[in-house]
Design a binder for this molecule. Structure first.
Ligand code: ZN
Length: 262
């Protein structure tokens, strides 16, 4: 080895090795940080829901629920706006796949749909409150919401369905903190959601769209918003519903009611 090699090349080579090792370490750390951040952000931000839901859940002392907290692989499918003829078809899909779900129904629809109600009850599904007539209560006085929408429907659920329910889902998810607290003082739990299939949005409610939202964002304790109201693509929705159930089961999830996920 020449003197030049000893003085210049060998130290340069050693420096290069040290630099490469340290760069690789840093790069691994950065990649690992990116992965962690992405997964964590997905979990925390629940990208399909309004930001204020998380805040409402945080400050509501258990009176506002948007997902189950146990960390178990449970998922609650929920259907709003019935009972309607579509509820019947949904009940058939749920029965075929042996899963339970929750129906948030309108007080005004109950009396004329007694058969559907009794079918849902026999299958062990949860029946809960989605207001009397789907009034958006965001700007309304809490006493009015309680009397004319929530309590009135509680009475109808008792009389017509023989169901006692303390779970209320506000129409459009529109509810103020003051209203949540007021209803909480009456023993009512406001139920929002952590995944929405956006099944009402005609620009993104093909069967494949619904399925993709479910499979992309499924997480332990997920409460999934759907509707037993026909937005025009109900046949596709029913096919997607079955695929969602099959996918969830393949990932080790158990389909439960909101009451059971809480
Ligand atoms: Zn609704």
């Amino acid at each position: 080895m020449t003197r030049f090699n000893r003085i210049v090349i060998i130290p340069c080579f050693l420096l290069f090795c040290i630099f490469s090792i340290s760069c690789k370490g840093t790069k691994d750390k950065i990649i690992s940080k990116i992965n962690t951040t992405t997964n964590q952000e997905k979990l925390d931000s629940l990208p399909l829901i309004p930001r204020h839901f998380l805040e409402q859940e945080k400050v509501s002392n258990g009176h506002c629920l948007l997902r189950g907290k146990g960390g178990n692989k449970l998922v609650a499918l929920t259907f709003d706006d019935g009972p309607t003829n579509l509820s019947n078809k949904i009940l058939n899909v749920l029965k075929k796949n042996s899963v339970k779900a929750t129906f948030f129904w309108l007080g005004k629809n109950l009396a004329e749909n007694r058969e559907i109600i009794s079918k849902a009850k026999k299958s062990g599904h949860q029946i809960a409150n989605h207001s009397w007539d789907h009034t958006n209560g965001w700007n309304l006085d809490e006493q009015y919401i309680w009397e004319q929408q929530v309590a009135k429907t509680i009475e109808e659920l008792k009389t017509v369905a023989g169901v006692q329910s303390k779970y209320y889902r506000p129409p459009f998810g529109g509810i103020t903190q003051k209203q949540i607290d007021f209803l909480g003082s009456k023993g009512i739990t406001t139920v929002l959601w952590s995944i929405t299939t956006m099944d009402w949005d005609k620009t993104q409610n093909d069967g494949i769209d619904l399925e993709n939202k479910f499979t992309s964002y499924l997480h332990p304790g997920a409460i999934v918003l759907m509707h037993d109201y026909d937005f025009g693509k109900s046949e596709q929705m029913l096919v997607a519903l079955e695929k969602m159930i099959i996918y969830g089961k393949s990932q080790g999830y158990r389909f439960v009611t909101v009451e059971q996920i809480n």
